[in-house]
Design a protein around this ligand. Structure first.
Ligand SMILES: *Cc1c(COP(=O)(O)O)cnc(C)c1O
Length: 815
């Protein structure tokens, strides 16, 4: 049949109109970035009406809403995601096709909004998508970092950090609301004054910073209720301090301004680590105070009486970073609104809920008391009183047990412990997977659990399957839609329908074709970005996540060296081609993590260039891991590497994204891996390594001796010796001596803290089982497709439903 003449789609007119009016361009002289901007402006128009109507409706109908407070939102790109959720992607693709423009090239003009480090920030982004899709009234509240997470380049095998400038292309999505700015106070002194109305607190000599909100619409799938992401930006109170300026002291005037604005300048690049830096504390108070002030202002305008706040607002705090919202709301209610202590506390205790993300001590947020008191004198006195009253309660529960009381108290040893504050005040405290919830009850919050068992719950994390399947994996999505329709996009339970299709040859052929297409797409990406050629028929083995010792990228490296030794000794011993992909940013100050990146690249040099291994093994380090890179990597994966030491990864969400895209997990019994295993069974994933119980046992009896593994296992010894015997190209022999020593000797009892040598053999065994399974394509793809079919429960729609049923009790907005 002859092709019908192409009709000019209506969207062409819209895009050309934006090009002309906003940039004075025609299609002929517009740059790709202009076309991106023009498309974004068109999509924005489609969002605005819905957004404004929904907000008005929430106000008019007096609906309860949730404030999801988080220091991080790892959003990624918005353009294509918004098009898919608005169900206008096909129309815009057709329009751009008509104009001779590739929509995927347009897409790449947008910088990722990387206002987060890793899983914690990405969770917040997935939650906003689900809240919006479920039509639950919600606002995300955070910081408008001018510079998000650094961009990573690899130069001569090492990580180099470069400035991120997401706002250059991200600002089309935000609306500045200067009329809603609030003032934040730092430093100064507190005075108590007696008035007719009783004791009054006055705050003098503070310095002021303005917080200006920028709101970004978060469009869920076919939503009636787009959520708002409200990000606060710091601004000096007087644009330039005119007193200095008029005295001719121009630089002093500029300095004052910069000191204020530095607060929202940059995201701290540490994941699962808190260093107690003053500017970080300023950031946290800045956005929590701004959020509480604007919440109070809105409530007074709409409802008048602040006693009813808990009936209209739930606050969820994502990790402890937003904890200061609690004493800040106490301050506003008491010092500005005339509430008494008990009256204010009764409001606060009914509003706040806390999500814990880790039990690792280096990641628990503690502040030096003196620094805190100087920066936030009034907030300090409120926390001090909270602590006193809490200790009195603890005394009732554990009379005379000073040790226990001091370990549970909010202030002790000149430190303020934010997790303890949260547990003392919040209505619900949740872990992020079942095993993590259990660990909270038996270790970190054991004694609190005894006092108040109802408070502690576990809600397993999730991922939005709109971004992580519909957006990231078009061929698999098309296939699924063809067989079960589009209902699964808003009803995760319909993933179950895929199970019946595992016996349908047409579906299975389509499944394999989709995986192959995604592997070719990744191979093209690696060629284009890094000039590396890879075999798309090899196994694609992927470990993509922040670089952290507990995540054990080093275990994977030891395994690759093991295979290298094997093949160079006997080429017949391993013949299955595998490409090992790593993608990971290391915190710039985390020396050992950066050295592991250097090691991965040295090992890549070794195995990719040795004629004995180069056609079998390939190691690729994907630069600048972010949401957009994940969207390319994950759909192309065969083996999902989830190797954390048991007990250390609270949940993981990368594991869920891989599973949903039909990768099979090689993993420890940690975090949500445990629940993936419950869903697919041990026969459809590859479990290895020590369990939490086994690790606890070794710790309790101090019985772990990594040196014994080194002595007894000659192959392991040969692998470890590779780190220091000069075999690795491009580095000096001392480069990895620290890694070598940390595994075998370490500091006294800290040798191999993460049990790599313990799990080494068990890992090799699991990997070999996976390779064997892969070599039977029919069974393998059935296993992979089964993983997809069983992944619906890891949709963040399920997670948000649970938060709503068990904590928030919001009603969805109806059309
Ligand atoms: C999902 C995701 C993460 C979290 O990965 P884990 O394996 O759960 O640590 C980190 N970074 C990005 C860009 C992600 O998309």
């Amino acid at each position: 049949m002859a092709a019908l003449p192409k009709k000019r789609p209506q969207e062409v007119t819209l895009i050309l109109g934006k090009l002309k009016r906003h940039f004075g361009k025609t299609l002929e002289n517009a740059s790709m970035e202009h076309i991106y901007q023009a498309c974004a402006l068109c999509v924005r128009d489609e969002i605005m009406d819905r957004w404004i109507n929904a907000r008005n409706k929430v106000d008019k109908e007096g609906k309860k809403m949730v404030l999801y407070m988080s220091a991080e939102f790892l959003i990624g790109r918005a353009l294509v995601n918004n098009m898919i959720n608005l169900e206008i992607f096909d129309k815009y693709k057709a329009a751009l096709d008509y104009m001779g423009v590739d929509i995927h090239q347009v897409e790449q003009e947008e910088n990722d909004a990387a206002l987060g480090n890793g899983g914690l920030g990405r969770l917040a982004a997935c939650f906003l998508d689900s809240l919006s899709t479920l039509n639950l009234p919600a606002m995300g509240c955070g910081i408008r970092y001018e510079h998000g997470l650094f961009r990573q380049r690899i130069l001569d095998g090492s990580q180099v950090e470069m400035e991120d400038n997401w706002i250059e292309t991200g600002d089309v999505w935000e609306v500045e609301n200067p009329e809603e700015e609030v003032e934040i106070h730092f430093g100064g002194e507190i005075h108590e004054v007696w008035t007719e109305k009783g004791l009054k607190i006055e705050h003098y000599n503070y310095s002021s910073v303005l917080a200006v909100p920028y709101d970004m619409p978060i469009v869920g799938y076919n939503t009636k209720m787009p959520a708002a992401l409200r990000l606060w930006s710091a601004r000096a109170k007087n644009n330039l301090d005119m007193t200095f300026f008029n005295r001719g002291d121009y630089t002093r005037a500029m300095e004052e301004r910069e000191l204020a604005e530095v607060i929202s300048k940059v995201l701290y690049p540490e994941d699962n680590h808190e260093a107690g830096r003053q500017l970080r504390l300023k950031q946290f108070y800045f956005f929590t105070s701004a959020t509480m002030q604007s919440m109070v202002r809105r409530h007074k305008n709409l409802y008048g009486d602040l006693h009813t706040l808990p009936e209209y607002v739930e606050v969820q705090i994502n990790d402890t970073h937003p904890t200061l919202a609690i004493p800040e709301l106490m301050r506003i209610l008491m010092d500005e609104e005339g509430f008494g202590w008990e009256e204010a506390y009764d409001v606060v205790r009914r509003m706040f809920n806390y999500t814990n993300h880790t039990i690792m001590s280096e990641a628990l947020e503690c502040w030096p008391k003196d620094m805190f008191r100087l920066l936030l004198p009034r907030i300090y006195t409120i926390i001090d009183t909270l602590n006193e009253k809490y200790c009195a309660r603890l005394w009732q529960a554990f009379p005379g047990d000073f040790e226990k009381i001091s370990s549970l108290s909010i202030i002790a040893y000149n430190e303020i412990r934010m997790a303890n504050l949260c547990v003392a005040v919040c209505k619900k405290v949740n872990g992020v997977s079942q095993i993590h919830g259990d660990i909270l009850k038996t270790s970190l919050f054991r004694d609190n659990y005894v006092m108040d068992p109802e408070k502690f719950i576990a809600i397993t994390n999730g991922i939005t399957h709109r971004r992580w399947l519909a957006k990231a994996n078009p061929p698999l999505t098309k296939l699924i839609e063809k067989h079960i329709g589009k209902g699964f996009l808003t009803d995760y339970k319909q993933f179950d329908k895929l199970e019946a299709l595992l016996d349908n040859p047409e579906f299975m052929e389509g499944f394999i074709a989709a995986k192959e297409e995604n592997k070719r797409r990744l191979a093209g990406y690696v060629m284009e970005k890094q000039g590396i050629e890879i075999n798309p028929h090899a196994i694609f083995d992927v470990q993509a996540k922040r670089l952290h010792e507990y995540k054990r990228q080093l275990l994977k490296v030891l395994h690759i060296l093991y295979l290298y030794n094997k093949i160079t000794a006997d080429p017949a011993s391993f013949t299955q081609p595998v490409v090992f992909f790593f993608a990971a940013k290391a915190s710039p100050g985390y020396v050992r993590a950066k050295n592991i990146i250097r090691l991965i690249n040295a090992v890549a040099d070794l195995v990719n260039n040795d004629p004995k291994t180069k056609d079998i093994l390939k190691v690729v380090f994907i630069e600048n891991y972010n949401v957009s890179a994940a969207e390319i990597l994950i759909p192309a994966t065969d083996f999902s590497e989830q190797l954390s030491t048991a007990g250390k990864e609270a949940s993981g969400t990368g594991n869920m994204k891989f599973m949903m895209n039909g990768a099979v997990t090689i993993g420890t019994m940690d975090g949500a891996n445990v629940e993936i295993c419950e869903r697919v069974g041990r026969e459809n994933m590859f479990i290895f390594g020590a369990t939490v119980e086994e690790i606890n046992q070794m710790q309790r009896f101090n019985s772990y001796r990594p040196g014994e593994y080194y002595e007894k296992d000659a192959e392991l010894r040969d692998v470890l010796n590779k780190l220091i015997d000069g075999s690795l190209p491009g580095v000096n022999e001392r480069q990895f001596a620290d890694l070598y020593h940390s595994l075998i000797f370490g500091d006294y009892e800290k040798a191999d803290q993460y049990y790599l040598l313990h799990d080494f053999r068990s890992y090799i065994n699991a990997f070999n089982r996976a390779v064997k399974a892969y070599q039977h394509p029919e069974e393998w793809y059935r296993m992979a497709a089964y993983n997809t079919a069983r992944s619906g429960i890891f949709s963040s729609d399920r997670t948000i439903r649970e938060y709503n049923d068990r904590i928030w009790h919001l009603e969805p907005l109806k059309g």
